[in-house]
Design a protein around this ligand. Sequence first.
Ligand code: NDP
Ligand code: 8X3
Length: 252
Amino acid sequence: MRTVLITGASSGIGLACANVLAKEGYRLLLCARREDRLAQLKKELLKQYPNLDVHTFILDVRNREEVAEAIANLPEEWKNIDVLINNAGLSQGLDALQDGDLDDWDRMIDTNVKGLLYVTKAVTPLLKKSTNAHIVNIGSIAGKEVYPNGNVYCATKHAVDALNKAMRIDLLSFGIKVTAINPGMVETEFSEVRFHGDKERAKSVYTGLTPLSGEDIAETIAFVLSRPAHVNINDLLIMPTAQANGTIVNRK
Ligand code: NDP
Ligand code: 8X3
């Protein structure tokens, strides 16, 4: 039975991955900053899958000491990680570069780039021991294109794109698979976080179209993880049918 560590499991894509991979029979290591959300998720998962092996812990991926300690202090039976899903991430603000907020920039760079690196560095020694190791990095269409006012968020996701390629090179000799999943619009808490809690503005992002759901992405990840040992899917770009690219959307 494979063990998967999912960062940012308290919401959206990460939470959907927890649900889908629980159904697939994985052992789940789930982390995020919001303890109450993780506790609730664990309760719901165990209600649905009473035999599920699940362990949750609080983690702010921006804190390098916290990341190293959290992984080092995992209970012994949770140190056999096979799959890492680098999902924790966020966008903050949607302003022209000259109007951008420096704190928003720091939060995005610290979470999406540095956090992903800290977690990967801490978990890699455990992945090296697995005979079936896989890292899935959640990038974005924003890592493939730059759209108006996307500036720093796009830069962080371009960095994820580069790191995904770098990991595939550097970890090749250990047999660790590395996959980038790059979604377009997925309706999660993402836009609410981007717009600093403005629910109306967040909702308007998805008006007049059917966006992707967290489950759509989670099911794709389950497929990627289920390929035979000799097959790796390097990079996937997944969009709602109504979205052509980062800027062109067909709203009805
Ligand atoms: P959500 O806001 O619903 O979920 C984000 C998750 O990341 C939450 O569980 C949050 O948990 C966690 N997180 C944020 N900051 C930190 C931190 N410092 N330390 C640990 N965990 C953190 O958004 P999504 O599910 O949509 O986002 C997941 C990933 O998907 C992100 O990397 C995002 O960039 C990417 N993505 C999203 C798209 C979309 O349209 N929604 C499209 C393309 C990519 P908590 O707050 O409890 O810490
Ligand atoms: C999230 C999707 O289009 O806002 O990465 O960049 S988008």
